[in-house]
Design a protein around this ligand. Structure first.
Ligand SMILES: Cc1cc2nc3c(=O)[nH]c(=O)nc-3n(C[C@H](O)[C@H](O)[C@H](O)COP(=O)(O)O)c2cc1C
Length: 201
């Protein structure tokens, strides 16, 4: 148990150093990840800070055929995005990430976690709660030495239809989960300093 300021500061520092190492990974090793790790990580997610009905669902897709199909469906949308829908501003924002319409992470990562929020619960902060759950899951998986990517194809309803989920379940994020490829690189990007993110009163 934390008993004084010094211990608390050390705990925060250690958490910060740990979370600083988490990066979005787009190149995965074709290496299996024990599905039990995901199941166990999900236990942390199932603790909803609001209590009551949890307005979200997670689907785990692990077999190669379904991952391949999801990749094909996603890349159809990505081609449209990169060739037609993208604005100059958006293209500029994506440039440092080096992304394009090809999404090998969808087939190379051991598992795909598709997160849905329940649109029937629109007045009950469903998307906010589902997003918090995803953040907690990402932290748990990072803690277990696994990598993820917050992947958001747009539009995304094809995932609901392909996975035959009910209409009220809206997918909003796909997390490929796996180990990084041996030659994995992450973009050299800078983040805003804390002073630009935090306003103190
Ligand atoms: C809401 C959200 C959606 C994102 N969607 C995508 C995406 O569709 N494809 C992608 O490659 N990265 C996506 N990213 C990842 C960002 O581009 C990422 O924040 C950036 O690579 C910096 O990552 P890192 O510092 O966490 O490594 C998304 C991130 C967020 C927060």
């Amino acid at each position: 148990m934390i008993v004084n300021d010094e211990t608390q500061l050390a705990a925060i520092e250690s958490y910060f150093q740990f979370m600083k190492k988490r990066r979005n990974v787009r190149q995965y090793a074709r290496e299996n990840v024990d599905i039990n790790l995901l199941h166990q990580a999900m236990r942390a997610v199932a603790i909803d800070p609001f209590g009551g009905e949890q307005p979200y669902r997670f689907a785990i897709v692990s077999n190669n055929e379904q991952k391949q199909k999801i990749r094909e469906l996603a890349e159809i949308e990505e081609v449209k995005l990169y060739q037609e829908r993208i604005s100059d501003e958006w293209r500029e924002a994506l440039a440092p990430l080096g992304t394009n319409e090809s999404k090998p992470h969808l087939t190379d990562a051991a598992h795909l976690v598709v997160a849905f929020y329940d649109t029937n619960e629109r007045n009950n902060f469903a998307l906010e709660r589902a997003s918090m759950a995803v953040g907690i899951l990402m932290g748990a998986l990072h803690h277990a030495g696994l990598c993820t990517l917050t992947y958001t194809p747009s539009p995304m309803a094809f995932l609901r239809d392909y996975l035959e989920r009910p209409k009220n379940e809206m997918p909003f994020i796909v997390l490929p989960v796996g180990y990084p490829a041996a030659d994995c690189e992450v973009p050299n990007i800078t983040k805003k300093p804390l002073s630009e993110v935090l306003v103190k009163f």
